[in-house]
Design a protein around this ligand. Structure first.
Ligand code: PHE
Length: 452
């Protein structure tokens, strides 16, 4: 149906008002909440990290989200050309281009972890995952260091992602999000109840909820900032891209509020599941990226109908990862198809294939390429650190300057307030965008470089 993005054809749009909201929440909610959040909280020493993260989400994330969606809806183009449409003949579009690059880089390692989740789902489904007295640490270690299996599942996962993105905005992305997202919540609620009823749940709860600020240093603050950006999919070009498919009747602030709320909710629920279990079973909360792949099977082994819950749960992680991976690919595909006048059906597989190949190096960095390091970090670690903690906050800094000083709050407001919508707390929002956000991001950066 769709050949290229020539101006004769109307831009694709979400089918319903909820379509954007569910797809954007589907992007935000993902491995960042269920896999990354628990392990960075564990490494960051617990509740104090969580509070700082919460502050960043509300004071930086929410205001920027409103602005980033507005760029897309105003610009009506991919993440880069939307900036161009708003500020022609300037170089601000480079920030959109950075976002596209970031999405490319994130998907290359994200597809690896999504592949792990996919594999665990299949293992659980075929009854091979849960077994009494199993050492889940070495099970997982054995799997990710294998040269073949992680790549097989990464490729399978990427194939599904490509097929859905080829289907387009309404029939692909929106349809799948509508089916997949609502099922996730129910499952999480059951698991929260289970975890909270474990003996000594309070020890895990106080690690997660009772702040001890003596553990905080500049590295941890930067990690909290990075997690806020990563988890919200902020400054990655995602909101510009998805925002370009919404119509003017949609209230941008209401959508942004909903996305932030749902994203936080899932992260908090993941914490409420993980930490009581971690302390109950004597797992080290700071053990790193394998935390959830070890903790969850342990919970299921020791739980009535555990094998069934394992299937449901890993299906859930797989789905959450899938909807985020779709969004990451869409950012790049929207750009490629509009830049090179390709159809979606051509742009998606080509882009997906290139990302998958880069991603294979990330997959191998747990095994045969584990000796390839820079500053003690493997290829996987470098991509994760560089995107989450450096590039996303940097693109967020530029985004706030663009919104606050170039397009200007009044310009954003005009777009937001189309069709009778309003931008609540406009003066506070504008103050945050112009002063607070850029200054805070700069301070966190400078602080963690050790200059202050
Ligand atoms: N927010 C997603 C998650 O938490 C990851 C993501 C980052 C997706 C940036 C899109 C863009 O899993």
């Amino acid at each position: 149906s769709e050949k290229n993005s020539s101006s004769l054809e109307p831009r694709e749009q979400w089918g319903t008002r909820l379509g954007f909201m569910l797809a954007a929440a589907g992007s935000a909610i993902g491995l960042g909440n269920i896999w990354r959040f628990p392990f960075v909280v564990g490494e960051g020493g617990g509740a104090a990290f969580v509070l700082i993260y919460l502050g960043f989400v509300l004071l930086i994330g929410l205001p920027l989200l409103i602005g980033e969606i507005s760029i897309g809806r105003k610009g009506q183009a991919n993440a880069m050309d939307s900036y161009k449409a708003i500020q022609p003949r300037t170089k601000w579009y480079l920030n959109g281009f950075i976002g596209i690059l970031i999405s490319f880089m994130i998907l290359s390692f994200y597809s690896v972890v999504s592949g792990w989740a996919f594999y665990y789902f299949i293992q659980a489904l075929t009854g091979q995952l849960i077994a009494p007295n199993r050492d889940y640490g070495s099970t997982f270690g054995g799997f990710i260091t294998d040269p073949i299996m992680p790549i097989v599942f990464q490729v399978l996962l990427m194939t599904i992602v490509v097929i859905i993105v080829m289907g387009g905005v309404k029939k692909g992305i929106e349809k799948w999000n509508n089916i997949l997202m609502p099922t996730l919540f129910l499952l999480l609620i059951v698991l929260v109840v289970r975890s909270l009823s474990l003996e000594n749940a309070h020890i895990g709860l106080s690690f997660f909820l009772k702040p001890d600020f003596s553990v905080i240093d500049s590295t941890i603050i930067l990690a909290a900032l990075g997690q806020a950006f990563f988890s919200l999919s902020l400054a990655s070009g995602l909101y510009v891209t998805y925002g370009s498919y919404i119509n003017k009747k949609n209230s941008i602030p209401a959508n942004a509020g909903g996305i932030v709320f749902l994203d936080l909710l899932v992260a908090i629920m993941a914490g409420l599941i993980i930490f009581p279990a971690v302390f109950h079973y004597g797992i080290d909360p700071g053990r790193g990226p394998d935390l959830v792949f070890v903790t969850f099977p342990t919970i299921f082994t020791d739980m009535p109908f555990g094998a069934l819950f394992a299937v449901l749960f890993f299906f859930f992680i797989f789905v959450a990862a899938l909807t985020s991976a779709i969004s990451l690919l869409e950012v790049v595909v929207a750009f490629i198809k509009e830049k090179f006048h390709l159809s979606r059906k051509i742009a998606a597989p080509i882009t997906g294939a290139i990302i998958t190949v880069v991603g294979m190096f990330c997959a191998l960095s747990f095994g045969s390429l584990s000796h390839v390091t820079l500053f003690d970090r493997t290829i996987f670690d470098i991509l994760d650190f560089l995107t989450a903690e450096i590039l996303l906050p940097f693109a967020g800094l530029i985004l706030s300057i663009f919104l606050g000083w170039i397009w200007k709050p009044a310009g954003v407001r005009e777009e937001v307030e189309k069709e009778g919508n309003s931008l609540p707390l406009y003066s506070i929002w504008s103050f945050l965008i112009r002063y607070v956000i850029p200054v805070v991001i700069l301070i966190v950066f400078i602080d963690s470089l050790g200059i202050i």
